[in-house]
Design a protein around this ligand. Structure first.
Ligand code: HEM
Length: 372
């Protein structure tokens, strides 16, 4: 089932076609920032940027998945979207409890009802939302076919027409992808602007490269991203320092010998790449924010470093990686074209906190100063 999806969004060129849709969402993001600035006491500070980037990520990923807009960045967010956000909030607030809810034996559920009840309530809310959007698309496709039109479209249309997945499988995959694609992207963008605000020199270097290679107002598409390698390096460095999923796991499929230790088949392995990301052996001066460490300077440089694998690795690695990268690269380029990102008197040092996901431990507040 996963391979059907994977073959449609595996490579950067597969998702490049979504640049136009994402840019429309970015235009709304920028408008929203102007509105928030106009409401701020100092006319510059956007408080809790994660709230903003949550809406951007949800709108962006839904645009690709459902081929429709949700209105997350509007001043008045539509009710079904608010209901979804509530279900998602419930899912994450219950993360630890609900993670174990699936493992509670049936006989125990009436005795300890809350975890299972909440688990079902949040998943039902998330499924319902996907179902509405998938069904809308199916109706739309049917109408167009009845009119004798040639139907072409994006991801969902392709899945429906391809008939490789059942309707239930499409609901399930869309639900999971939307769930997996919102907070992950939002936290990463929040950390990226936080790091840029706290490292003005780095920001200036990245901005200069954008200015030189793309220009002040050119709206970038996926084909422009390789022209600004520092933007790609910025994302890698952000995810090295703050990997949203700080650890990962696998069960060995055969006996393995690693570093002289025998690991028998069937062993559950946990890898904390948050820890390996901070090892000087893997990344010299590992605690420092230095995006340029990811730039290839000569043919002998190895910039792929397994010390940091924020999207996982192998056949079960993140299926939405290319979508996330597109959303983040294009957003960062345009944010830097429009604004200088600065700390404000409200900006505090923000520690990372782990509760399932690695999240900012405090709200991030930064200034978006208009560029002349
Ligand atoms: C910065 C953003 C993101 C990060 C850091 C991230 C990270 C990850 C990681 C570490 C995994 C586990 C991989 C493994 O076990 O090897 C994963 C799985 C997954 N991700 Fe992402 N992700 C991001 C964005 C997205 C987006 C935008 C989507 C959907 C559009 C998505 C959909 C998924 C799905 C469906 C899985 C499960 C894959 C499977 O089990 O086959 N992710 N992600």
């Amino acid at each position: 089932m996963r391979s059907v999806l994977r073959q449609r969004i595996l490579k950067p060129k597969d998702v490049a076609i979504f640049s136009g849709d994402i840019n429309q969402v970015i235009a709304d993001l920028i408008k929203r920032i102007y509105i928030l600035k106009s409401q701020a006491e100092d006319g510059e500070t956007v408080t809790n940027v994660n709230d903003l980037f949550f809406k951007y990520s949800m709108e962006g990923v839904a645009t690709i998945l459902y081929e429709s807009r949700l209105g997350c960045l509007e001043s008045s967010v539509p009710q079904p979207t608010l209901d979804y956000i509530e279900a998602l909030g419930l899912m994450f607030s219950m993360f630890k409890t609900s993670m174990y809810a699936g493992a509670i034996p049936r006989w125990l559920r009436p005795l300890v009802p809350r975890p299972w009840r909440e688990f079902c309530r949040s998943w039902d809310g998330l499924f319902k939302f996907s179902q509405i959007h998938v069904d809308n698309k199916l109706r739309d496709i049917q109408c167009r076919m009845d009119r004798g039109e040639r139907v072409r479209g994006g991801l969902l249309t392709g899945l429906v027409l391809g008939q490789e997945l059942s309707r239930e499988e499409i609901y399930a995959n869309m639900t999971e992808m939307l769930l997996a694609g919102v907070d992950t992207t939002a936290f990463t963008l929040s950390w990226a602007v936080y790091l840029l605000a706290r490292h003005p020199q780095v920001q200036q270097t990245v901005y200069r490269q954008i200015l030189k290679n793309l220009g002040e107002r050119h709206v970038p598409t996926a084909t422009d991203v390789p022209k600004v390698p520092l933007v790609r390096a910025l994302l890698k460095e952000t995810l090295r320092l703050f990997p949203v999923l700080p650890g990962n796991g696998r069960v060995t499929q055969e006996d393995l010998v690693v570093g002289g230790y025998l690991i028998p088949k069937g062993t559950q392995l946990a890898l904390c790449h948050y820890a390996t990301s901070y090892e000087d052996e893997n990344f010299p001066r590992a605690k420092e924010f230095r995006p340029e460490r990811w730039l290839r300077k000569g043919d002998l440089d190895r910039v792929d470093n397994f010390g940091s694998i924020p999207f996982g690795h192998g056949v079960r690695s993140c299926i939405g990686r290319r979508i996330a990268e597109l959303e983040i690269h294009l957003a960062l380029i345009q944010l830097l074209q429009h604004f200088e990102i600065k700390t404000s008197s409200w900006t505090k040092a923000v520690p990372a906190r782990t509760h399932g996901l690695l999240t900012p431990g405090e709200p991030i507040h930064v200034c978006f100063v208009n560029r002349k």
